[in-house]
Design a protein around this ligand. Structure first.
Ligand SMILES: Cc1cc2nc3c(=O)[nH]c(=O)nc-3n(C[C@H](O)[C@H](O)[C@H](O)COP(=O)(O)O)c2cc1C
Length: 180
């Protein structure tokens, strides 16, 4: 598949079937995805792959520590994301310098897009999610983050039997100013 075809065929798809995803394949994809631009080669990322028992344990541990009010708010969103065969968490160290931190977030976002494109090429379905609970101390602690780390996104991964068409985008010519 050409790069433009891969870009256009990557769609958010959470309609997963039962087929298991090999974590070694995901590591291989991440090993390519990290060839992303990043300022001063800070490589401001690490990854957590959640699947099978590890995923189940994390969800139950997290739901256990929530009070009733938090459970009501977060449980449906947790179950929605973690229904995926695999969830990959993209983790970034915080940076005291706001300019550097924004650069780092931009760099991690490019790694996420690279990862999803490579996953598309490998026949996997993906969806990028940023539910509110990823910002909570309880979730971060149970995921094993240090206080200096944040979750930039959760990517749901699995195989799907459903082929979805991309949502249409505005034409670049209508969004572009050319000075020449
Ligand atoms: C930073 C970021 C955060 C996102 N968070 C969510 C989310 O929390 N829930 C969700 O349903 N989709 C989320 N999405 C996916 C977008 O809704 C989706 O990419 C968009 O609708 C375009 O559809 P497509 O991915 O099929 O092209 C997120 C996308 C990005 C880039």
């Amino acid at each position: 598949m050409s790069l433009s075809k891969i870009i256009k065929s990557r769609v958010s798809n959470t309609n997963f079937n039962e087929k298991q995803v090999d974590s070694n394949l995901l590591i291989d994809l991440l090993d390519v995805a990290v060839y992303a631009p990043n300022h001063k080669m800070r490589e401001p990322w690490r990854f957590i792959i959640l699947q099978n028992e590890g995923k189940k344990k994390l969800i139950s541990k997290y739901l256990e520590v929530l009070n009733d009010e938090q459970k009501e708010i977060f449980e449906p969103a947790v179950l929605k994301v973690f229904k995926a065969p695999v969830v990959v968490a993209f983790i970034m160290p915080t940076n005291l310098d706001l300019h550097d931190e924004l650069e780092d977030m931009e760099a991690v976002a490019t790694v996420i897009q690279n990862f999803m494109l490579l996953a598309t090429e490998a026949g996997l379905a993906t969806a990028w999610k940023t539910p509110k609970y990823i910002e909570t101390e309880k979730f971060k602690e149970i995921l094993g983050l240090s206080i200096k780390e944040i979750v930039i996104g959760l990517v749901m991964v699995g195989y799907s039997d459903l082929a979805r068409d991309p949502k249409p985008r505005k034409a670049a010519k209508d969004l572009t100013t050319i000075y020449k």
